[in-house]
Design a protein around this ligand. Structure first.
Ligand code: FEO
Ligand code: CA
Ligand code: CA
Ligand code: CA
Length: 754
């Protein structure tokens, strides 16, 4: 077979070479390329011509594909180089993409999810977020629908469901005159609560190749912090999760601070609960009520960020607990207020019902939303599956995003049966694979190796841990951070998302930054080590100094031994060190990033199944004097493709400190390029594609989030007006900024990245 057809080739497919660098293609050119490709797939141009003309008639020149052309849609076309021109760094209040690409807004904060809900006025007046897009769009996945929009069809690129997280809120913009401080009016709290959670919204591609949402789809819905969910796995029914809401500890209410995502092999959505702890408050006397500072529940609360001091309680983020006696507000106060011994008369255990990977069946509104407790409780980001292998366990990689936290993986007890991929009761399949298994934490060695340590109560380091007496295996999962402490896991520079390279199976973890990574560290800080080797100071425009530590972050990657994702050992190196292009190449810019490639604070990371390209998104506060947050695309190599490097430091006492690390191959100009720069004061997050690789969905989170109540009435003080300023929705040039989903297509209909 001609090796220029659209099959894995470690190079551009034929049509991508032809369409590259040629500006906007004529329809005839695209047609010829498709005739060539499809004809070859089917054994000859002549025999396929009629059928191909039919399918192109449906999709015109916008990059659409016949939904029935599964053989074409599912074939990867792995790229060995990038074909677009890098987007310059920018401080403009716009989404910039390369020449030849178009980015269009399709779904922003407040957009209606049904036909009876009016358009968003974007003036803070709406209250009905149960029927509207939530705020702070984050991780996102695409689930295909058949042509008639009635059921799951994984290979469909023309119609599907976008499922996305709404991580948090820019609260001032949700209200007409900003927030009320002190005692929060219930109406404000209710609005803020329901602007969190998850959206499911149908999208479809027109014959002209334009994506829009379908706001009358029967699949559209919101999941919020008030939606009933069930606890599943080993923690279900445990004493640690009994609350006034669920006295038998089997259920919980809603999900919050949903950040990264995952897709299961059976077609469901996974959502990671990240910074959930801060929404809950504790009064200063709560330690005493719980039995003193050494009480087990107090040790746990301290480890998960809800410590009270001698002089102050732990304040909740939004004060929702002040909004009255209704249970939906009371629950945000997790102080022990009742007299029961088991916590079923208050919300002292409420915090233990958050911090999980949550599974949602996007195709079935009636299916239970499950919290998968076997995957551990921490500040979850993404949940990325190793490629499933028949008869082998499923493996899910995960990170815990806080300074000095850990990298984890889950290995299912049940071996994979490919027949389950198409099962109709998808949540039952989730029960089969995600409720029982082993949870491991990563421990790195300085020689480039590492081990996965199982978090099991039978491990003597856990059973005999002096700082916390674990009651049972459910306790180990609820307090996974404490168990990981007990086994000496490696403290990392904030593990954010992780993603599995579809060709190599290697796992890429973003370590976003760590201002507490030091050369000379106190007990509350972290000393530079091989996998987290940098500590340096940011230089700002104008000559002042910014933060110190590992301020730009890095992307570490692991290769499980024997190409077996369930292995308990691995090798590692650093794919990329974030840095400014002009920074010291011996200490900071170790990956030799150029002006077309430099970035800071990697957060989202995702691989295209179609092209194998690596998408890197930033959530930065260090390089933002020079550029807004961005997305880059890379052709990722493999562990060991670079070289060892030695970083030399001088400690405060004058002694020398040297740290060896492993730097991946320095990216050539066509191996890593900036693809997108977002509007002002935003984060770029969430990345998913249509199965044909020709439409990419990306979220712009919290543009212009820096706003005070005092300035809410003065639009000249808003840092961003996007996307109203480009004509999307109400408000025009002076609009309140809105988090939003953009869809990116290549003007010639080509693959993203070509
Ligand atoms: Fe929500 Fe750690 O990113
Ligand atoms: Ca700087
Ligand atoms: Ca993020
Ligand atoms: Ca982040």
């Amino acid at each position: 077979m001609n090796k220029r057809v659209d099959i894995p080739s470690n190079g551009f497919a034929h049509d991508e070479i032809d369409q590259n660098n040629s500006g906007n293609e004529t329809f005839q050119h695209v047609l010829q390329a498709r005739l060539s490709r499809r004809g070859l797939l089917r054994g000859g141009v002549g025999t396929a011509a009629t059928a191909v003309m039919g399918s192109l008639g449906l999709s015109a020149c916008g990059g659409g594909n016949n939904d029935n052309d599964a053989a074409f849609v599912e074939k990867p076309s792995y790229f060995s180089k990038l074909g677009f021109a890098a987007v310059p760094k920018s401080l403009a209040d716009l989404v910039a993409v390369p020449a030849g690409y178009t980015a269009s807004v399709i779904y922003a904060l407040g957009d209606p999810l049904n036909a009876s809900t009016p358009a968003y006025k974007n003036d803070g007046s709406e209250a009905d977020f149960d029927n509207r897009a939530g705020d702070h769009h984050d991780g996102m996945e695409y689930f295909g629908l058949n042509v008639s929009g009635t059921e799951r069809q994984d290979n469909s690129s023309n119609r599907g469901l976008l499922v996305m997280n709404h991580e948090a809120i820019t609260d001032q913009f949700l209200h007409v005159a900003g927030t009320t401080s002190g005692t929060r009016p219930a109406s404000e709290s209710y609005k803020e609560i329901t602007a969190h959670g998850i959206s499911i919204v149908e999208v479809a591609r027109s014959n002209a190749g334009v994506f829009t949402t379908n706001n009358s789809s029967a699949f559209n819905r919101r999941i919020t912090p008030l939606t009933p969910v069930t606890l599943s796995g080993p923690v279900k029914g445990n004493a640690l999760v009994k609350t006034l809401y669920s006295k038998d500890g089997t259920a919980a209410r809603g999900t919050i601070n949903n950040c990264g995502t995952g897709v299961t092999p059976w077609g469901t959505y996974l959502s990671g609960e990240e910074n959930w702890a801060g929404y809950f408050g504790r009064v200063i006397s709560d330690n005493t009520a719980r039995g003193g500072a050494t009480a087990r529940s107090v040790v746990s609360l301290n480890r998960y960020g809800r410590a009270v001091s001698a002089t102050a309680g732990a304040a909740s983020r939004h004060g929702w607990e002040t909004s009255g006696t209704d249970d939906i507000y009371k629950r945000w106060n997790i102080s022990q207020t009742g007299s029961s011994t088991d916590g079923t008369d208050d919300y002292r255990n409420e915090l233990n019902t958050f911090g999980y990977i949550v599974e949602v069946d996007p195709y079935d509104k009636t299916a239970a939303v499950r919290k998968r407790t076997a995957l551990g409780r921490f500040a979850h980001e993404s949940a990325s599956f190793a490629t499933p292998v028949e008869g082998k366990p499923l493996v899910v990689y995960m990170g815990d995003d806080s300074q000095g936290e850990y990298m984890y993986k889950f290995v299912s007890a049940t071996n994979w049966s490919a027949a389950d991929a198409a099962a109709s009761n998808r949540i039952a399949v989730g029960d089969k694979y995600l409720d029982s298994g082993k949870l491991y934490v990563a421990k790195f060695a300085a020689d480039g190796s590492g081990s996965w340590i199982e978090l099991n109560i039978s491990n003597s380091a856990i059973a005999a841990y002096a700082s916390y007496k674990f009651a049972d295996q459910a306790d180990v999962l609820v307090n996974a951070r404490l168990a990981a402490d007990a086994v000496g896991a490696t403290k990392m520079d904030r593990p954010e998302w992780c993603a599995v390279h579809p060709q190599t199976g290697e796992v890429y973890y973003t370590l976003t930054n760590n201002s507490n990574r030091k050369i000379d560290a106190t007990s509350a800080q972290f000393v530079v080590d091989a996998p987290n080797p940098r500590a340096y100071q940011d230089a700002k425009i104008g000559g002042s100094l910014g933060s110190a530590g590992n301020i730009n972050g890095h992307i570490i990657r692991t290769k499980d031994t024997g190409a077996n994702p369930a292995a308990t050992s691995f090798n590692w190196d650093v794919y990329l060190f974030g840095a400014e292009a002009g920074a010291d190449a011996s200490k900071i810019n170790l990956s030799a990033l150029t002006n077309d490639q430099d970035f800071s604070s990697p957060d989202g990371i995702w691989f295209s199944k179609k092209t194998g390209l690596c998408f890197i998104q930033t959530d930065d506060g260090a390089y933002t004097d020079v550029t807004n947050c961005m997305m880059l695309i890379g052709v990722a190599g493999k562990v060991g493709d670079g070289a060892k490097a030695t970083l030399s430091y001088t400690k405060a006492d004058g002694s020398a400190l040297s740290v060896d690390t492993y730097v991946g191959a320095k990216p050539a100009a066509d191996q890593l390029r900036r693809f997108l720069v977002g509007p002002k004061d935003c984060e770029i997050t969430g990345c998913t594609e249509t199965p044909d690789g020709r439409a990419l969905f990306v979220n712009i989170q919290h543009p212009g989030e820096t706003i005070t109540k005092a300035n809410i009435g003065d639009s000249s003080k808003f840092l961003s007006h996007w996307p109203g300023s480009i004509g999307f929705g109400a408000g025009g040039a002076l609009a309140r900024p809105r988090s939003a989903t953009v869809v990116i297509t290549k003007n010639d209909g080509g693959l993203i990245g070509s």
